[in-house]
Design a protein around this ligand. Sequence first.
Ligand SMILES: [Fe+2]
Ligand SMILES: [Fe+2]
Length: 197
Amino acid sequence: MINAKDAVNIIKFKLSYRRFNHSVEVAKVAEEMAYKFGIDTKKAYITGLLHDYAKGIPSDELLKIAELNDIIEDEVERLVPDLLHAPVGSFLIKEELNIKDKELLRAVELHTLGSEEMSDLEKIIFLADMIEPGRDYPGLERLKCLAMRNLDEAMLYGLNSTILYCIDQKRIIHPRSIKARNHFLWKNYKENEFNLK
Ligand SMILES: [Fe+2]
Ligand SMILES: [Fe+2]
């Protein structure tokens, strides 16, 4: 596994100053959440640092890399190629940095859309990306509280806000976000007897 110092140097070179700062903040929040939920804090920190590895790559290039390596999962990604920074980032981390940790790679891959199957690390990276101190949007404080209390409830809240934001901005919604949202809605319902209407 790569160490944190090397990961910092790599993303400093790859990303703009603003995105570099965002990555460091995501890493710090991910580390804190990992401690809280009893998972590997070092891995959470490094995954947070690397999660936006491909964010500096222009859309047309992301699409080209995704097409060449059979990474496209849904046609929506051709319409919104920026979504590909997550799976392409995961692919490039494996290829260029020779990182083989499957959970780290999957956490990077899933950090924008989520999935129906997510480990605690994958949920933590998804959520840390949404609640790092540089963020500001309605509902953020509520999500911050949930993220430190219950990962599945926080996932539902986070996915709902992402989907509502897309609707508000008249943006296309990736089907995987809807599937993930329905999964967490149902999971929370079963666990907490929420009123599923
Ligand atoms: Fe991202
Ligand atoms: Fe990010």
